[in-house]
Structure formats: structure tokens, C-alpha cells
Design a protein around this ligand. Sequence first.
Ligand code: 3SK
Length: 516
Amino acid sequence: MPKPFNAASYLVDRQISRGHGGRTAVAGPRGTLTYAELGSRVRRAAAGLRAIGLRPEERVMVFSADGPEMLVMLLAAMRAGAVPVPVSTMYRSGELGELLRDSRARFLVVSAEFAEIAQAAAREAPDLAGVVAIDDADVRPGRGTRVTYEELLGLGAGEDAGPDATHDDSPALWLYTSGTTGTPKAAMHRHANIRQVVETYGAQVLGATADDRCFSVAKLFFAYGLGNAAFFPLAAGATAVLDPARPTPASVAARLAEDRPTLFFAGPTFFAALLHSPDIADDAFAPVRFAVSAGEALPAELFTRFRDRFGIEIVDGIGSTEALHIFLSNRPGAVRPGTTGTPVPGYDLRLRTADGREAADGEPGNLFLRGPSLATGYWARTDTSRAVFQGEWLATGDIYVRDADGYYACLGRDNDMIKAGGIWVSPSEVEARLLSHPTVAQAAVVAAPDADGLDKPVACVVAAPGHTVDAEALVAHCREGLAAFKRPRHVFVFDALPMTATGKLRRYVLRSVVAE
Ligand code: 3SK
């Protein structure tokens, strides 16, 4: 029999059995929990989930603001041997409904802020057998149970059946990504993958210790946020600072002042927003040892401006949902600005040219990755899984170049996908939404750099005969049907879109026109 291993137990029970139950595990505006309190809630919530009918390997979708309750529910589902599926709270009901149906989730955990969107989605999810309502969120499944978070803890009070009989290879966590192709698909992670990211990036790059307080602008529903504000702090016996608010420079200033994090995680777009903001004092980052950036490449200029103004270094790295966390990174105290650093210990990287050769130093190549935390594949997407997970290797779809010192620099993507603010945007999904507007005859969505040199989606449209395009109305139409991060930031109106002789859109021509 394989050796038992349960990632939730590894993250929480280990601290308690080491005698650290009195340390603060969670802090932030929604309350504080010690490790002992967190452990007790996770045990009760896991027993409560079993009591309402959850079985090992069933999916529990989590659509919630960050806070102690969300963390407890993620860990409780894992402890019960089920599979938590945290999803973006930026989704509209149509998008959430798609994921509920695709994952065939049996239970949905919702916090009150997102009740309206969740209710519309839950009605259209035939496999859903119950809802767990945080803060009494008013969401009822089409059929089945609704319990509040407190009721669930009550149901689970009493005997602890212990963690489910999981082992390294048992399914632990699904994370939806649109990365390699446009439609969201669930990357499936094993229990061991969580230990692997803790032991590689968490221990050997961050060097997280029990004295750290980790605060991530990226929320727990992102792989990036989940590592930053759950796996790394808990595995180190440190404190996770969780904030339910939509992050703004003012909300971050409040967390820095009140919770005094020592490790700060964000993406380049947020670092740029902090630099532009009057809401944050120059000494606001005094408690922070260093900051971490991922999601998209951090321009050297942003690194320098941030260090000069706030006095701390940003350690830039890149990860992927398929790898669970960061596999290529600069190192604290030795950052080479404008690069993504060198491989994280435990990960092998290869750059392959279009004709299948290993790229020489200085020559661009497609980045392939091998390492201990790769997902086992995508749920119910055989073709895409085979294209992306090639034996031990993961085809990232990113084009990189390595210099003679072994430092990697990002050059872009090998397909049309756009990464904006660290989140994948599928041009075809936004184009379909634009084309559903009566004034639009043709539409193309491409990336254009903003004033900070960071890519954002912009729309290039041709008006339908007899109509004129109102850019504001078109952006509002996108916001209505799509998550806000997918909206075009500008609308360019063309008489005709540039096409090849065979009728293919010449996206690179559009990219150079809109960049001017
Ligand atoms: O996008 C990234 O760089 C990233 C980093 C950590 C975990 C997950 C992702 C997608």
C-alpha cells in the first residue's frame, strides 16, 4: 500500500503536533485563528461535509471571498479526500455555471458577496447536491441541501474520523486555467504536489519561516495566491494574512499597516498601480522582507522604480497553474532585473526551437518544463492534455531566451493567448462577445502594451453596415457577459481587418498598429 499522505493534514496537523497550536495561522479583517483553532474547524468541516453526503474524490467548488472560512473549506474538502475547486470570483453567472457543469461539482461553497451570481449558476447545475453558505449567503441549489458554514461545523462537532486514506497520488485540488487554449479546463493536482511546491519554491526561494506573515494580492482562487497565502505560510508555521476586499492600493495600505506582512506577493500590473497611487506612503513596505512578482514578466523599469520608492526588492518569477506554483525565479538579494531568473531547485527547463533542436544561449525557444509538482492532466480534455503534458515534460507555450549565465528572459507566447494582469484572456471568447453586439460586423482582440509596458486586450472592430460603433457601449456589453478582466481596454474601429490571401487574420499587423 502507498504511504498515507494528506496535504491538509500536512499543512495544519503537523504544526499542532509540533506544539505550535497557539501560533497565529490566519489574520486579517475577517478574523484571526490559531493553528489549534484552524485545525479544529478543518476537522469539524470535513466531518460536516461527510455528514451531508460528500464522498472522496467528489468536487467541491469554492466561490468565495478570501478569509478564514474559505481556507477552512478548502482544507476540509482535502482532508475528507474530496477535491476542492476554487474558482475566480470575477466570473459572471454564465461562466460559473459552465465550470459547475464541467467539473460536475457535488457541493458549492459560496460567500455572501457572490450569492446572486452563484444562485443563477446553481440553478443550471444538475449534479449539484448542496450548497455551503458562508455568512448566510442566500443560495439554494436546484435540489438538495443548503447549510450555513456554522451549521456545517455543528454537524461535524464530536468525533474526528481522521483524514481520508489519501496518499501522494490521490487527487487533491483542481484549478481551472485558460492558459494553453482558450476554454477553461481543470488542471488536476495530487496531494504530493502541494508538498513539492512547499519544499522547492517555498523553502528554497522564499525561505519562509514561522516568523513570516504572508500577504498576497492574488486571491486564494489563483494557484499563485493559494501557494502564497495558504501553502507556504501554513507549511512554515507562519501567518496567512487574508483579505476579502477587492485589492486596491488603499486596501493594501491598510493590510500593510494593520497586519505588517513580511512577504508581499502581487503581479506587475498591481506593482504599477501601487507606483501610480497617492494612497500609499513611501515607507508602507517597511515590514516587508521582499516582494514577489509573477503572472507576467516584470519590466526592469518597474523593479527599479519600486525599489527606489519603497526600498524593497521585487523577486520576479514565473509559474503556471499546471505546475501549481513558480518554477523559474530570481533569488532574494540577487535579482537580475528584466529577467525571470534561473530554474527553481527541483525543476528542469529546456528551450526548444521550432525545428525541435535545443536552443543555444541567446536563441529564442519554446519553454518546456519537468518537475515534481506537475498536474496529472486536464479533466476530460484528452487532446489538450496530450498536447501539453508530453511524457514527463510540460509544454508551457512561452517563448524564452537564456543568456550565457543561465538567466531566462520572457519574449512572449507561441499562440494568440493574452496574459493581462497575470490572468489568461482568450481572444476568441472576447471576439464572440463583441460579435454578439448588433453594431459589430467583424472583431479581433489582440494585446497592446499600456503606459507601463504591460499587455492588455484591445478590440479591433469593423462596424456592421448602417451602424456606428460606440466604444463605451461595446466595453459595457463585454463587462455584462464576461469577467471584467477580459474587457477590451480600448476599441479601435477599422474599415477592414488585415487578412492574408487565404482569409486568415494577420494578428501581428494589428498588434503593431495598436501598439503605436
Ligand atoms: O502565472 C504565474 O506566474 C503563476 C505563478 C504561480 C502559480 C501559478 C501561476 C499561474
